[in-house]
Design a protein around this ligand. Structure first.
Ligand code: ADP
Length: 155
C-alpha cells in the first residue's frame, strides 16, 4: 500500500532545513504533501502565493511532492486527505519538547494518525525561519538559508 505523509508548517520561508527533512522523508514515504497552514489572524511575512509558488518551483521535478495550503486543524486535513502520517522536523530538544505534546493531543483526536519526527542535517539544522525573516527585513541576503529565494515576495 502506498504511504503518504503530510508535512505541515508555515514555511515563512521554506528553508534548506525544511528541504533536508523532505529529502529524508522521501526515502521513507511514497508521497509527501507539504501543507502551508494559513492563519487568519497572522498574515505571514512572505505572501502565501509566493510561498506556494516557491515550493512548486523547488519540487517541479519531484512528482511525489504535492503542495497545498489549508486552514483549520492539521489533523482534520489528514482525515480529509486520508493521510495517516504527520511529519515534523527536529532541530534540538526544545523542538521535541514543543512537538511531543502536540503529537499526543493529535493522536487522541485521531488515533489513525502517527507523527513521525526527523532530524535535519547538521549543516542546516540551526536554520530558523524567524531569524531568516529578520535578516531579509534588514536587507540581508538569505540565499545561504533558502534555495531560489528570489521567488519569494513581500506585500
Ligand atoms: P511552524 O510549524 O511552527 O510554523 P515551520 O514552518 O518553521 O514551523 O516549520 C515546520 C516544521 O519544520 C516544524 O516541525 C519545525 O520544527 C521544522 N523545522 C523548521 N526548521 C527546521 C530545521 N532547520 N531543521 C529541522 N526541522 C526544522
Amino acid at each position: 500500500m502506498s504511504k503518504t505523509v503530510l508535512y505541515p508548517g508555515s514555511f515563512d520561508p521554506f528553508t534548506k532545513g525544511h528541504e533536508s527533512i523532505v529529502q529524508k522523508a522521501l526515502l521513507l514515504f511514497d508521497k509527501l504533501v507539504i501543507g502551508i497552514g494559513k492563519n487568519s489572524e497572522k498574515k505571514g511575512y512572505f505572501t502565501l502565493e509566493s510561498r506556494i509558488n516557491h515550493l512548486e518551483h523547488l519540487y517541479k521535478d519531484e512528482k511525489r511532492v504535492q503542495i497545498l495550503s489549508y486552514e483549520g486543524l492539521t489533523i482534520d486535513l489528514c482525515s480529509k486527505k486520508n493521510i495517516n502520517f504527520l511529519l515534523r522536523g527536529l532541530r534540538n530538544n526544545k523542538d521535541f519538547d514543543y512537538e511531543y505534546p502536540i503529537s499526543m493531543h493529535n493522536k487522541l483526536l485521531n488515533d489513525n494518525v502517527e507523527t513521525i519526527f526527523l532530524c535535519s542535517d547538521l549543516n542546516v539544522s540551526p536554520f530558523q525561519s524567524n531569524i531568516i525573516r529578520e535578516i531579509h527585513k534588514s536587507g540581508g541576503n538569505i540565499d545561504v538559508f533558502v534555495s531560489q529565494s528570489s521567488l519569494l515576495r513581500i506585500d
